[in-house]
Every structure is written in structure tokens, then in C-alpha cells.
Ligand binder design. Structure first.
Ligand SMILES: [Ca+2]
Ligand SMILES: [Ca+2]
Ligand SMILES: [Ca+2]
Ligand SMILES: [Ca+2]
Length: 322
């Protein structure tokens, strides 16, 4: 501020007047803060937040004598590309503060990713300009609907399993997830990527799973479309361990009916060993000799395996006397 110059004004008659003029060179600093509102404190905008987000700021300047201080434009950039510019009906600066009200006209232009907002200021007939900016993350994509996988032991694809570990798939990195086993009445926070179902029957829609991404967007709810049955109980034999057969009974005749009780369907097979090769058994449990037995004896032994739909097995040794 120390440049001085004397200017001489001279009229046609030669009269002179001098005036010393001091010229000060200043850095005019004009800027504004830019703050997102209604987006929580995570600097991340989710779908619900974007529906009511506003922007505001406070203008800072090194000189209070600016005339016509105003916002010239507000520019939204994503990945260095301008996605929207507001240059009409701009916020008015009042007591150095301004607010951009929510409007779908600009909010709807924003997409997933980092968003930079630049607020351009102007004063003194546009001879002074300045700006402010802020960067925020925008996440307006719902996470995928989780999927449920489990090992369907025993009979395949019947939904009856002895392994109650339910694995949750399609979880997003950083997401939290919840599951319900009562049709969505109560949800429990999940950890890792699986949960354990206790023994029982879980009918259609009883098992529900949802996830929430880091921004707070929640997925659609997975619901099981068919029953899941967890069966960890072995079948219980109720048929006898000994049987008497008359000599010369036809081979086609059932000599013994294996019976085991279980909550789920049971099938019967024979275990290798003993006199297994002398017998056949139907999956319903009908035991027969392969050949007519002509002589009396009481030392034929065979082990019957009862297997439920989940693959749980119980063995019973049966002694056949002819
Ligand atoms: Ca947020
Ligand atoms: Ca997301
Ligand atoms: Ca099964
Ligand atoms: Ca069972």
C-alpha cells in the first residue's frame, strides 16, 4: 500500500493543480463454506437423505465494501465431470449466509460416487470472484437382496437337513445384516456370513434376511420360498430285534417289517456284514430272504439302517430264526 503518484492537471491557460494519489494493492479474498445438511455426520448421502438434502454456507471476505455480492452459479461435479449447474434462481446471500433449498431439479441429477459442489461468488460487477467447494460421497444404490444357502443333507433338494448352518450370500463389503426366523416380527443382527437354525420346521417366509450398506440404504428382504427343516434327531426303531420265520417260506414273502419313528420320512437299507447277502430290504422296510430257507437255523443276522430325509442314521441288528 505504498505506491504513490502525483497527478498534474493543467488547463489551457497553463494553470496547474497537483494531487497525490496513493495506490494500495490488496489481495481480495472472497470465499464461502459449503455444507451439506440433513445427511447425518458420515459425509455420505443415502437415498433417504438425498430426498431432503440442502446446502448452505457462510461467505468470508477481506473487504466489507463489496457491492452486489452474489452467488453466480452452483456447479455439481462427479468424477471431474459437471453433472449439473444451477445459474438461475440462485440463493441470496443474507448477512453473509446462504441456503440452497432442496429441489429435485438438482438432487435428481446426482448419481452414485463422489460429488464435488462448487459455489461461485461474484462482487463488484463481477470484477471480484471467489468460490467455495465441498466433496461428499453419494450412495443411492440399494444393496442386493441377500440369499440363503445351506447344505441339504440326506435326500437332496427336499429342504430337510441335519446341518443347521445357514450361509448368507450377496452381502456387500461393510454392510450390516439382520435375520428373522419368525416371519419378520423380530430381526437379529448377523455376524460373519452365517447363522445357526435350531432343530425345527421353518415354513415359507419364516426365514427373512436383509442388509444395510455403509451409507444406510437397506436391501429388499429375502424370504424363504419353501420350507427349511432342520432335523438332527436320529430315527428311533420300534420294530423287534428278533424274528421267527417258518421253513420254506416263499422268498417273495415279507418276513419282517422294519419300523422307525421320525419327524421326517425314513428309508431302510442293509449294512454290509453278517448274513446281509441272504436278504433284501425295500426302502419301506420290508425284509425278505432272497431264497426259500429249507432247513431250520437261528443264526442269520442282519443290520438294518434307518435313514431319515436329513441323512440321520440309526442301525438295528436283527436276528432271524428259521
Ligand atoms: Ca449419511
Ligand atoms: Ca449402496
Ligand atoms: Ca435333505
Ligand atoms: Ca430325524
Amino acid at each position: 500500500n505504498d505506491d504513490k503518484v502525483t497527478i498534474i492537471a493543467t488547463d489551457a491557460a497553463g494553470n496547474e493543480t497537483k494531487q497525490l494519489v496513493t495506490v494500495s494493492v490488496k489481495d481480495f479474498v472472497l470465499s464461502t463454506s459449503v455444507v451439506w445438511n440433513n445427511i447425518g455426520d458420515d459425509n455420505n448421502i443415502n437415498i433417504a437423505e438425498l430426498a431432503m438434502a440442502t446446502l448452505s454456507g457462510t461467505v468470508t471476505s477481506t473487504d466489507s465494501t463489496f457491492t452486489d455480492l452474489n452467488i453466480a452459479s452452483i456447479v455439481f461435479k462427479q468424477n471431474n465431470t459437471i453433472v449439473h449447474t444451477i445459474n438461475t434462481a440462485l440463493p441470496v446471500i443474507n448477512n453473509n449466509t446462504w441456503t440452497l433449498d432442496h429441489d429435485n431439479a438438482w438432487a435428481s441429477k446426482l448419481v452414485d460416487g463422489n460429488c464435488t459442489v462448487v459455489v461461485n461468488l461474484s462482487a463488484n460487477s463481477n470484477s471480484i470472484t471467489g468460490q467455495g467447494k465441498t466433496v461428499v460421497a453419494i450412495d443411492i444404490v440399494d444393496p442386493d437382496t441377500p440369499v440363503l444357502n445351506f447344505t441339504d443333507t440326506g435326500l437332496s433338494n427336499d429342504g430337510v437337513t441335519k446341518n443347521g448352518t445357514m450361509t448368507v450370500g450377496d452381502l456387500e463389503a461393510g454392510a450390516t445384516w439382520q435375520y428373522s426366523i419368525d416371519g419378520g416380527t423380530n430381526f437379529t443382527s448377523g455376524t460373519g456370513s452365517s447363522f445357526i437354525l435350531n432343530e425345527g420346521t421353518y415354513t415359507e417366509n419364516t426365514i427373512q434376511i436383509k442388509q444395510t450398506d455403509v451409507a444406510g440404504n437397506t436391501s429388499s428382504v429375502f424370504k424363504n420360498m419353501s420350507s427349511v427343516v432342520v432335523d438332527t434327531t436320529n430315527p428311533l426303531f420300534t420294530s423287534a430285534t428278533t424274528v421267527d420265520v417258518k421253513t420254506n417260506t416263499e422268498a417273495s414273502e415279507t418276513i419282517y417289517e422294519a419300523t422307525a419313528i421320525d419327524n421326517n420320512a425314513v428309508t431302510y437299507t442293509l449294512e454290509d456284514g453278517n448274513q446281509k447277502d441272504k436278504f433284501t430290504i425295500s426302502k419301506e422296510g420290508e425284509l425278505r430272504y432272497k431264497q426259500k430257507q429249507a432247513t431250520a437255523h437261528n443264526d442269520d443276522k442282519v443290520t438294518i439302517i434307518a435313514t431319515d430325509a436329513a441323512g440321520n442314521e440309526t442301525r438295528q441288528l436283527v436276528t432271524v430264526s428259521v
